[in-house]
Design a protein around this ligand. Structure first.
Ligand SMILES: [Zn+2]
Ligand SMILES: [Zn+2]
Ligand SMILES: [Zn+2]
Length: 132
């Protein structure tokens, strides 16, 4: 077997959606229902390197709703590129400034809500390239 890092490194993070309690924070089903994000374990595994989810600010909750954040799936942390640069589409907020859905701002389409993009990606290259 070749000694190469083929499997993805993961980091264990506290489940942001339930703040590590394992309980449904909104008690939608019943007061004893388990957190839908972590199945009641209170933690989640995120592929490394991980950083705070820009879209929900690390709360794991979709802004202005009781839903799980689409970007981090409730973990509050997201896998980011090794060479991450601030997303040129949203300036790092993870939100699409002129793309609203009811009260909620949708995740940035460039970075998917992470607020950062791979430095080698086309979006980053375009943003860094001098305009003509
Ligand atoms: Zn949880
Ligand atoms: Zn999130
Ligand atoms: Zn973005």
């Amino acid at each position: 077997m070749a000694n190469k890092k083929l499997h993805v490194q993961t980091v264990e993070v506290e489940c942001a959606f339930c703040k590590g309690t394992g309980k449904d924070p909104f008690e939608l089903l019943s007061t004893v229902s388990s957190c839908q994000v972590c199945s009641g374990t209170g933690h989640r595994l995120v592929a490394a390197p991980a950083a705070k989810c820009a879209y929900c600010g690390g709360s794991g909750v979709h802004p202005h709703s009781r839903m799980v954040c689409m970007t981090c799936r409730g973990a509050g942390q997201v896998n980011v590129p090794e060479e991450a640069v601030r997303c040129p589409g949203c300036g790092g907020s993870g939100k699409e400034s002129d793309n609203h859905y009811f009260d909620s701002v949708l995740p940035c389409m460039v970075c998917g809500g992470k607020g950062v993009v791979d430095a080698q990606s086309e979006a980053a290259r375009k943003a860094l390239a001098p305009g003509d």
